[in-house]
Design a protein around this ligand. Structure first.
Ligand code: ADP
Length: 231
């Protein structure tokens, strides 16, 4: 199913990009904006399909956890480097603060990266000026070691009543922001389920017009099978 949906869509995205470049080179620059719109719509549809497929896999209990030992600071640096190009002409500063001795964790690296990327791309989308800080450290709780990663932004913030619904499937606070920046309303719903699957949690604190803090807490030695099964 996923292959059947993604392959033709990738062709639409790839060929519209090629045509846009060819149009400019061949003296038809006038049609370039329309071709870029086809590409943008295709890219949006692809992320929607990817997220709906992720969600249905989780709902069906078909998500596999592939755990390994990995360095947390490296993962955070990589995720931050991946969002930096999208911030090129913005007024925001992205800073990473990893506590000394953060070390490694035993978890599903791909899922942790997906959660972090989602939080970072949201922080970029919903912050017009100011900063985004990623703070990571180790804490002790209930006799175990946990990795705590907070993404702190100085963006538009979220009101108390909207915060309640934030992790619901397809929920978006403001559809006009979505029209401007894209998005599906599934990123946080999936991120929360992934954190639960990995034995952890994701929480949010926010003040309207002041900014938001999304915090991910994951066990250093995570992904016990019983945790995965009960998520
Ligand atoms: P998407 O970003 O694709 O719309 P998400 O599930 O990731 O979906 O986020 C849901 C909604 O939560 C967003 O549409 C936005 O309204 C709100 N939101 C998420 N992150 C932030 C943030 N850092 N600051 C303000 N609002 C946010």
């Amino acid at each position: 199913m996923s292959h059947e949906l993604r392959t033709p869509l990738n062709a639409v995205i790839g060929y519209s990009e090629m045509l846009a470049d060819d149009a400019v080179a061949g003296g038809y620059a006038g049609i370039e904006p329309d071709l870029r719109k086809i590409k943008a719509a295709g890219t949006h549809l692809l992320s929607l399909i990817n997220e709906v497929l992720d969600l249905s896999k989780i709902e069906a209990g078909k998500v596999e956890i592939s755990a390994a030992q990995f360095d947390v600071a490296t993962l955070i640096e990589q995720a931050s480097a991946a969002v930096r190009p999208s911030m090129n002409d913005s007024n925001i500063t992205l800073r990473v603060h990893c506590e000394a001795g953060l070390g490694s964790m035993y978890s599903d690296e791909v899922k942790v990266r997906q959660v972090l990327m989602n939080l970072l791309s949201n922080a970029c989308k919903f912050t017009e000026k100011g900063s985004i800080d990623v703070m990571a450290g180790r804490i002790e709780r209930a006799g175990a070691a946990w990795i705590k990663i907070a993404v702190v932004d100085t963006g538009i913030g979220i009101s108390a009543e909207q915060i309640e619904k934030l992790f619901a499937d397809f929920y978006q606070v403001d559809r006009s922001t979505t029209r401007k920046y894209g998005g599906t309303g599934l990123g946080l719903a999936i991120s929360r389920r992934f954190c639960h699957l990995l034995g952890g949690e994701i929480t949010v604190e926010s003040r309207l017009h002041q900014g938001s803090i999304f915090t991910v807490l994951l066990p250093v030695q995570g992904v016990a099978q019983e945790m995965a099964a009960s998520a």
